[in-house]
Ligand binder design. Structure first.
Ligand SMILES: Nc1nc2c(ncn2[C@@H]2O[C@H](COP(=O)(O)OP(=O)(O)OP(=O)(O)O)[C@@H](O)[C@H]2O)c(=O)[nH]1
Ligand SMILES: [Mg+2]
Length: 381
């Protein structure tokens, strides 16, 4: 099941009440980010803060310093464990590629031993730890493993692995303060609902970010009222990844099914829907190593062309959501698509600008200031 049953949990009620209150006070239209876990919703939400608000303040940067440090520790630890697993697997399968994933250098092996024995919570970012992590990251065996894991399997190594591995020197400095890009790349799983009121074009909107993992979705319903636009974020690179919540399920399959469900909800009957096909930067590299057709067997076009693959995906999404709407008797409407890389601020500025026409006009229609076009019955799609 994609949506979990609605449970009246205390934290949920607090989240939703807060949002409800601020909405009632402000009486402004809402725009909500929805999508599966790790698709990039919070990253886009952070971009809104950078582009339309005051950016990241001092206290946010110091919070993220801890996040960045713990991310690097986690990457190093995971890498040490995975290197062993891969090398063992290589032996078993007689695969020289996998065998090469053994940490080889003497210095790196000693460092790996130390890092393996660390407790994440009680370790601090000491100079010794930084040297150890650097020794591990420089090791050819670990680099082979990183490449394989980053490209092929997910989890365990997160999308930001390469980025933070390349920044270790800077991050280890005592005076280090996370840059905007570090904050955009740092991952904090959303477990509560966040909202922010922003001036967007000529209109003030309440933007809402929610957690996308299965356990978080039961909270969504509390902020569905008065939404004028849904921004659905779907990770393109998900086609080769599995859900953290259930390793048997492909992430893209889940994301497409979730979208179909949302687009067929009667609550969103007259809501604008914009789909961000995100993580384009990862996707265009990954399709060169893992065929897009590994998930979509019917896809027989140029698998090395990211736009061609994305077009096919749009077709799949439209087909499945039309079917879901027909089943529920919900009228057909236009869905807008954008290819995005959420960590790229310049690109996101352009994307948000180009979405403003849809978002703003919808809110004006809802306010009754403009003539709203009647939706077509679903039989015509
Ligand atoms: N390279 C790259 N990384 C991205 C992109 N979008 C998001 N990420 C990274 O992906 C990770 C997950 O992004 P989040 O924004 O936390 O995902 P989310 O949808 O909010 O996830 P939940 O809170 O679990 O629902 C973070 O480390 C981001 O920096 C992208 O377009 N390119
Ligand atoms: Mg999030």
């Amino acid at each position: 099941m994609i949506f979990e049953p609605i449970e009246s949990q205390r934290s949920t009620m607090i989240d939703s009440r807060l949002i409800e209150m601020s909405y009632k006070e402000a009486k402004i239209p809402r725009v909500i980010f929805l999508g599966a876990g790790e698709s990039g919703k919070s990253t886009m939400f952070k971009q809104l803060r950078l582009i339309y608000d005051t950016g990241f303040d001092k206290s946010m940067r110091s919070t993220y310093k801890i996040v960045v440090h713990s991310t690097i520790m986690k990457i190093a630890k995971t890498l040490v464990v995975q290197c062993e697993k891969l090398a063992l697997l290589g032996d078993k399968m007689d695969d020289p590629g996998l065998k090469r994933c053994m940490i080889e250098g003497k210095k790196a092996r000693v460092a790996a031993e130390r890092v393996r024995n660390l407790w994440e919570l009680d370790s601090w970012f000491s100079p010794q730890l930084v040297r150890d992590i650097d020794d591990i990251l420089q090791d050819p065996g670990a680099q082979n493993a990183m490449e394989r894991y980053w490209m092929r399997f997910h989890p365990p190594l997160p999308d930001n692995t390469k980025y933070f591995a390349s920044r270790i020197g800077k991050i280890a400095e005592e005076t280090y303060i996370p840059s905007d890009q570090d904050i955009l790349r740092a991952r904090v799983r959303s477990v509560c609902i966040e909202d922010r009121i922003l001036q967007y074009g000529d209109v003030r909107f309440q933007f809402i970010d929610v957690g996308g993992q299965r356990g978080e979705r039961r909270k969504w319903i509390h902020c569905f009222s008065n939404v004028t636009t849904v921004l659905y974020v779907l990770s393109l690179s998900a086609y080769s990844e599995r859900l953290i919540e259930d390793r048997r399920v492909n992430r893209m399959t889940e994301a497409v099914a979730l979208f179909s469900e949302i687009s067929a909800m009667s609550t969103f009957r007259s809501t604008s829907i914009i789909v961000f096909l995100n993580k384009y930067d990862i996707f265009e590299k990954r399709i060169k190593t893992i065929p897009f057709s590994s998930l979509f067997e019917d896809f027989d076009e140029d698998g090395e062309d990211p736009c061609c693959c994305a077009e096919y995906l749009k077709f799949v999404i439209s087909e499945q959501s039309s079917k879901a709407r027909r089943r529920k008797g919900v009228a057909c409407r236009q869905i807008y698509y954008h290819l995005t890389t959420a960590v790229d601020t310049n690109l996101m500025r352009k994307i948000f600008e180009s979405c403003s026409r849809v978002i703003v006009s919808r809110s004006i229609e809802d306010a009754g200031l403009m003539f709203a076009e009647e939706p077509q019955p679903c039989g015509s799609c």
